[in-house]
Design a protein around this ligand. Structure first.
Ligand code: ZN
Length: 276
């Protein structure tokens, strides 16, 4: 299987955390990378009007906005504010012509231990924003995360659990699922779950799990530097019918966020050709 061609490559804006909103997209454009996923903090820094100008100038296509509100967490007031945040981000997507809003459920609130209640909160939160998403033509795309971050990022830890969640939500015209190899590589049931999730699969995120990782969230590796067989997982999703972009998403506080953005993008282009 050949590596990822440049025309199918998407690099998430968060991978270039060292850059401002415009600088990151200008860098992608310089290297011929055609797609990105917008990072909410960077969008908030510049606002929708400026973001639209940069997207038009650079011609980099935004395939998703990361992320919506985390609606599992907290008391009723906190959850209501996360639902409002999600509604605002659905509007941002509609304003910028972005088809997908990436969604995490969130984990457990402070002092809470009821995982099923948190999941139910998230389900109710999703249910309450589906009408807005549907009306705006924006898809809410649920991303399961690694079980080590279950407590503080996501009570949904497998692709199968994400499918169960979406089965209950019963809104397939306005929802979908994202597979992030960093979150799911360890799961021996992944090939089977990919086949189940295939009709809902909207996004495929790639990075690597470093053997001696120092941070569960912010120490992701470049494909080829860690334990994930990204090419095998890509083969599984493509065998299941997925034809979307390969999206590189690297949170790397101690390494790649400290390098020059041009060097990072050149490295990604090479690594996705060799290892993904
Ligand atoms: Zn991801």
């Amino acid at each position: 299987m050949a590596g990822v061609p440049l025309e199918r490559l998407c690099i998430h804006q968060v991978t270039l955390m060292q850059c401002g909103f415009a600088e990151s997209l200008e860098c992608l454009a310089r290297h011929g990378v055609p797609m990105t996923a917008i990072w909410h903090e960077k969008l908030d820094e510049v606002g929708v009007a400026a973001a639209r100008r940069v997207l038009t100038d650079t011609q980099v296509e935004p395939v998703a906005l990361c992320v919506g509100g985390t609606m599992a967490i907290g008391d009723a007031a906190e959850r209501a504010s996360q639902i409002e945040l999600t509604r605002r981000r659905i509007e941002f997507c509609a304003d910028l012509g972005i088809e997908s809003l990436l969604m995490l459920t969130g984990g457990l609130g402070s002092g809470e231990t009821d995982l099923l209640a948190a999941r139910l909160n998230a389900l109710e939160g999703f249910d309450s924003v589906v009408p807005e998403a549907r009306a705006a033509g924006v898809r809410l795309v649920l991303e399961p995360l690694h079980p080590m971050v279950c407590g503080f990022r996501s009570v949904i830890s497998t692709l199968s659990a994400a499918c169960d969640f979406l089965d209950e939500l019963d809104a397939d015209d306005a929802t979908g699922v994202a597979l992030d190899t960093y979150a799911l590589w360890w799961d021996l049931n992944l090939p089977r779950d990919i086949r189940r999730a295939a009709p809902r699969l909207r996004h495929f995120h790639v990075s690597d799990w470093l053997a001696e990782t120092t941070d569960l969230r912010l120490d992701r590796g470049m494909p080829g530097d860690g334990l994930i067989n990204n090419r095998a997982i890509r083969r599984s999703v493509e065998d299941a019918g997925f034809r979307g972009p390969v999206e590189i998403e690297i949170f790397s506080k101690r390494h790649w966020w400290r390098e020059s953005p041009d060097e990072v993008v050149s490295e990604i282009v090479q690594r996705t050709s060799d290892f993904v």
